[in-house]
Each structure stands twice: as structure tokens, then as C-alpha cells.
Write a protein that binds this ligand. Structure first.
Ligand code: NAP
Length: 301
């Protein structure tokens, strides 16, 4: 029996593991694929304190993972199939084992949202991608489109601009959710063209992406962007499917919790992008991890 089981090893889960172990809790960290979550696939991170120069997401993820291991957390790479959170003993069933714990920290994060336009699903892996850092290199010297107006979209456009010939940044409004400094950097980048007030209609092509159709919502004018890659960056959805009906969620599916990262279920805490919160960043995810692990230290018997 573990004192605490942490589900998910992004910055929130890894930090929770470091704090839980340092408090003497017997800690298990369960991760489906690789440590670091979305941080691990971020190209460069420039807003996490402590680094005079930019750091790659992969490097930061690896450091956090090594630190969590050094703290003494058990770490397994297994896909979680189900949670039983309501009893005194919490159970997590994975593809290989069932684990029991006195407390659980939910830190599974969020995943990219799909736009569900014609051609999107069919062309995944044939030009449609949800991760510029993972797939961008396939489009070296090519022309690509990025859809979205948040930090991810603008960061993706800036990243791709380093080695692609042309990037169309397609956004449904003319104001950006992304931070002004990123938008300013994109505006100064010669090979990024802003396609604003524009709705993506369909991804076109027979066996691979050949174009993206967009419509200007003000002029109703339709346009074909001749690209071989389309990167969707239209937001995130929380990974809370497996805990629906057990833990209280908000309308968008994020976990409701108090300032101490406590959910409505006894000895169940949450941390990182999976929570209802105003700012989803690495720096707030690690803060949640520390708070949740400290709250878990006082688990009620
Ligand atoms: P986001 O901030 O929610 O932005 C999603 C973008 O997609 C918005 O511009 C939105 O348009 C657009 N969108 C949503 N649904 C759409 C639809 N049906 N059709 C067309 N466009 C649609 O998502 P994100 O950029 O993935 O960021 C998620 C969180 O991670 C944010 O809190 C962000 O700040 C954080 N993040 C931070 C960094 C960083 O600090 N370096 C990097 C990446 C992400 P509207 O604006 O019109 O709603």
C-alpha cells in the first residue's frame, strides 16, 4: 500500500513526487508514456525561472524526472485503465497491475483539442499534426498552416518559422489570447503570414495534405492555402474521462478543487493543467504539485 499515488508525470506530477518523498511518504508515480507531459514536447521554454537562457522542454523534463527518482519515488510506465477513488483505499488499475494508496494526486493534464473539420481526422500523420515540436521537422523548407490564437499556436508558428519556408497563422479573430510578446515576435517574423478573422473549413488532399480551405468571417471570402502541413493548436481538453462521476468537474471537464488542491473526494487531490485554474503554465503546475503533495501529507485516516 502506497501513502500516495500520483497519476501523471508532467511538471505537476513530478513536483508532487519530489515533495511527497521529501516528506517521507511512500510514493508511486504512474505514467503512460514518458515523463514531462506537454513540457517534454515543448521546443524551448523561456518563462520558467532559474534559466538565464532558454531551456528545451525535453531537458527540463529530464531534470525533473531525475530529481523525482533521486527523491525515492517508485515510477512505472503503465496506462491507467480505471480509478476507484471513493473508498478509504484508493485503487488504480493499469494495463499491468492494480495499485492501492491512501491518497491520490490526479495530475494527468490535458490533451490537444480537435477541430473536427473535414479531412482533419483522415490526414493525421499525412500532414495533420497536433505537435509542432514533434512533427515540424517533416516540413522543413515547406509551407504549413498553424490554426489557433493562443500561446501554443503562436509558439508553434515561431518554432516552424525557423526552418519552414512559410507559415500561415490562421486565427478566427483578430485579437490574440497569446501573450503580446509572442504575437509581436510573430509579427516581426518575415515568413509568418497572419490569416485573421478566418475559419478553417477543411483539410484537402488525396493521400497527403495539399491545402487548407479557410473563410474570412467578415468578408465571407474563401481562400485555399497551399500547404503540406496543418498544425492544430486550438486548445486543450482535460484528461478527466476516467474520473467522471467520482470527482467534481467544471462545465469544461476540469477538476474543481480548493486552494490546497483538494477535490471534493476525501484524500484525492489534483495538480496542474487538469484543475480549474486561471493560468496553465509549467510554473503554476509545479506550484500545484508542491501544494497537493503537502496536502496529501495530512491525508485523513
Ligand atoms: P488556448 O489558450 O485555449 O487557445 C486556444 C486557441 O484556439 C484560441 O485562440 C481559440 O480562439 C482557438 N480556438 C478554440 N476553439 C476554436 C475553434 N473551434 N475554431 C477556431 N479556433 C479555435 O490553448 P493553448 O494555446 O493550447 O494554451 C493552453 C494553455 O497552456 C493556456 O493557458 C496557455 O497560456 C498555456 N500555454 C503556455 C505557454 C507558455 O507560456 N509558453 C505555451 C503553450 C501553452 P479564441 O481566442 O477566439 O477563443
Amino acid at each position: 500500500m502506497y501513502d500516495v499515488i500520483i497519476a501523471g508525470s508532467g511538471p505537476a506530477g513530478l513536483t508532487a513526487a519530489i515533495y511527497a518523498c521529501r516528506s517521507g511518504l511512500k510514493t508511486l508515480l504512474v505514467e503512460r508514456a514518458f515523463a514531462g507531459g506537454q513540457m517534454a514536447i515543448s521546443h524551448m521554454i523561456d518563462n520558467y525561472p532559474g534559466f538565464e537562457h532558454e531551456v528545451t522542454g525535453a531537458a527540463l523534463a529530464n531534470s525533473m524526472k531525475l530529481q523525482a527518482q533521486r527523491s525515492g519515488a517508485d515510477m512505472v510506465t503503465e496506462e491507467i485503465r480505471s480509478f476507484e477513488l471513493l473508498g478509504d483505499v484508493k485503487k488504480i488499475e493499469t494495463s499491468k497491475n492494480t495499485y492501492e494508496g491512501k491518497a491520490v494526486i490526479l495530475a494527468m493534464g490535458a490533451e490537444p483539442k480537435k477541430l473536427c473539420i473535414p479531412g482533419e481526422e483522415e490526414m493525421i500523420g499525412a500532414g495533420v499534426s497536433y505537435c509542432a515540436t514533434c512533427d515540424g521537422a517533416f516540413f522543413r523548407d515547406g509551407e504549413v498552416a498553424v490554426i489557433g490564437g493562443g500561446n501554443t499556436a503562436v509558439e508553434d508558428a515561431l518554432y516552424l518559422a525557423k526552418f519552414c519556408k512559410k507559415i500561415y497563422l490562421v486565427h478566427r479573430r483578430d485579437a490574440f489570447r497569446a501573450s503580446p510578446s509572442l504575437v509581436a515576435a510573430a509579427k516581426e517574423t518575415d515568413n509568418i503570414e497572419f490569416v485573421l478573422d478566418s475559419i478553417a473549413l477543411s483539410v484537402n488532399g488525396e493521400y497527403a495534405v495539399q491545402s487548407l480551405s479557410v473563410r474570412n468571417s467578415k468578408t465571407e471570402e474563401e481562400r485555399q492555402l497551399f500547404v503540406t502541413g496543418v498544425f492544430f493548436a486550438v486548445g486543450q481538453i482535460p484528461k478527466t474521462k476516467l474520473i467522471e462521476g467520482q470527482v467534481e468537474l467544471d462545465e469544461a471537464g476540469y477538476i474543481r478543487s480548493d486552494e490546497g488542491c483538494k477535490t471534493n473526494v476525501r484524500n484525492v487531490f489534483c495538480a496542474g493543467d487538469i484543475r480549474t485554474k486561471p493560468l496553465r503554465q509549467i510554473v503554476t503546475a509545479v506550484a500545484d504539485g508542491a501544494v497537493a503533495a503537502t496536502a496529501a501529507l495530512g491525508f485523513e485516516i
